[in-house]
Design a protein around this ligand. Structure first.
Ligand SMILES: Cc1cc2nc3c(=O)[nH]c(=O)nc-3n(C[C@H](O)[C@H](O)[C@H](O)COP(=O)(O)O)c2cc1C
Length: 460
């Protein structure tokens, strides 16, 4: 390990914002008059352009490859069905100039040569603004869409992901202008075999920026070896500091520099001019996020049965959950044999606190740690502490309303942070890599003599 790679972590003292356009989950309100549609390009265009006005580093789309289902039916209370991320980001590339375009894409059901080619294409046509958020979906209900069922054991996901990402990197590294062309990439592995000679040149930022989302020790080590940015689930200050320490240690152990991996946790901002207004706004947002039907549907996921006969303003159901897994589409909330224990705990908790079903579900789903609630100046002061300590490099913000949910952040919070010297006052450059302050990868040396010359069209 080099001297440089053991150097201590140094906080940059700055924060960056990204927008995490969730589309699904009750966190995004789609029933307000202004919400628009989750398949309408306008919903995406307006919010991406607002983010760019606020100098956001990235526009980030999640991925779910199976229609969200609930008790065997499409989950109509959440948004069921969202457009493909890369298609949407390609369209957004045409109406934005600086913001990064981050596509969540899993390593389990894609193929590396194909995905590397598509991400390169997005990177080239956006002028070096593409990124890949690497996820490792292994659940059976997604796999069923690919005729593979569960496909990978939990333990194998990151072995497969690592081989996948290494292959994609080799494909992006294969362009060797000094040698006048591309080198052939060959990988023979347990899950796929690749023999490809890529044909796309490098983008303005060399290759797409790599984000990673996944929190297990294996996931963290994988990120420490491969990623530029972690999309983390640790926004609370003390937790974020612990996470930073852990990632720095893992990054150093992987032979990289202490500052090489950026961290941007998921977060939600509910802000207003005064603390009182902000509190009222939060109560209003929560009432829209969890209505009576959402509250019942949330419990149904864990109970594994219809609970439509229960009053959302009454106590939690006295009947027990179904313990056997009824189908793979029961929902991600299913806790198998622990369902009954969980129901007992929840009933006791709700009784003790005097909470109705709706109040209980609202409390359970309110993302307490991830929510910044307060006046613009209060929240700006809190964020300064994150910048000063280096707990995070920024936040990936889920707006609770589309397409106006970023307006108050851009109009009020961003200027307050700029006044405090912790937020950019302009884009550092044209590429996402420049805007995130990441260094350009170095092309690894290769002893392969195989070089396929540039076609004349590419040279012209
Ligand atoms: C903040 C965060 C966001 C994630 N977003 C997605 C997503 O959009 N699509 C997806 O299939 N998985 C997503 N995942 C799931 C992870 O890729 C991974 O499959 C899951 O966290 C289990 O891996 P782990 O055991 O390493 O945490 C996300 C995980 C985290 C922590």
């Amino acid at each position: 390990m080099t001297q440089h790679s053991r150097a201590k972590y140094k906080p940059s003292g700055k924060l960056q914002f990204g927008i995490f356009f969730q589309g699904v989950n009750s966190g995004t309100i789609w029933k307000a008059a202004e919400s628009g549609s989750q398949t309408d390009f306008e919903s995406f265009r307006r919010i991406a352009q607002t983010a760019e006005r606020g100098l956001f580093a990235a526009f980030f789309l999640g991925e779910g490859l199976r229609l969200r289902e609930h008790l065997g039916r499409p989950h109509e209370l959440d948004v069921a069905g969202r457009p493909d991320a890369q298609t949407m980001l390609a369209a957004l590339a045409a109406v934005t100039s600086n913001i990064g375009l981050v596509a969540t894409q899993n390593t389990t059901y894609n193929d590396p040569a194909d995905l590397a080619h598509r991400l390169s294409s997005l990177d080239l046509l956006s002028g070096g603004r593409a990124a890949w958020n690497i996820v490792t979906t292994d659940n059976a209900w997604t796999g069923a869409n690919f005729r593979r069922g569960g496909y990978l054991d939990h333990a194998d996901r990151y072995t497969q992901a690592e081989a996948f990402v290494e292959t994609a990197k080799q494909i992006w590294d294969s362009h060797d202008p000094a040698a006048g062309g591309w080198r052939r990439v060959v990988h023979e592995g347990q899950h796929y075999t690749v023999d490809v000679t890529p044909r796309l040149p490098r983008s303005a930022q060399y290759r797409p920026v790599l984000f990673q989302a996944g929190d297990s020790p294996e996931g963290r080590d994988f990120a420490a070896r491969q990623a530029d940015v972690i999309f983390s689930a640790h926004p609370k200050l003390d937790d974020a500091l612990d996470f930073r320490r852990d990632i720095v240690e893992r990054t150093l152990n992987a032979g990289r520099g202490a500052n090489d991996v950026k961290i941007m946790p998921a977060s939600e901002f509910i802000l207003a001019a005064t603390p009182e207004e902000a509190r009222d706004k939060k109560a209003w947002v929560r009432s829209l996020q969890i209505g009576p039907q959402q509250a019942i549907a949330y419990l149904e996921q864990f109970w594994g049965r219809e609970l439509g006969g229960y009053d959302p303003d009454g106590p939690l159901p006295e009947i027990d959950p179904v313990v056997e897994e009824t189908s793979e589409t029961r929902g991600s909330g299913f806790h198998g044999a622990k369902a009954r224990q969980l129901a007992d705990q929840w009933r006791a908790e709700a009784k003790e606190k005097g909470l109705s079903i709706r109040q209980f579900v609202s409390a359970k789903t309110s993302r307490v740690d991830a929510t910044f609630n307060g006046s613009y100046t209060e929240v700006a002061d809190r964020l300064v502490e994150y910048a000063r300590t280096g707990a995070v490099d920024g936040f990936n913000i889920s707006p609770w309303l589309i397409p106006t949910g970023l307006d108050d952040i851009v109009n009020h919070l961003v200027p307050a942070l700029q006044e405090r010297g912790v937020y950019p006052t302009g884009y550092a450059g044209c590429t996402l890599r420049e805007n995130l302050g990441l260094s350009t990868p170095e092309r690894p040396g290769t002893d392969s003599a195989d070089v396929v010359a540039e076609p004349s069209a590419a040279r012209a």
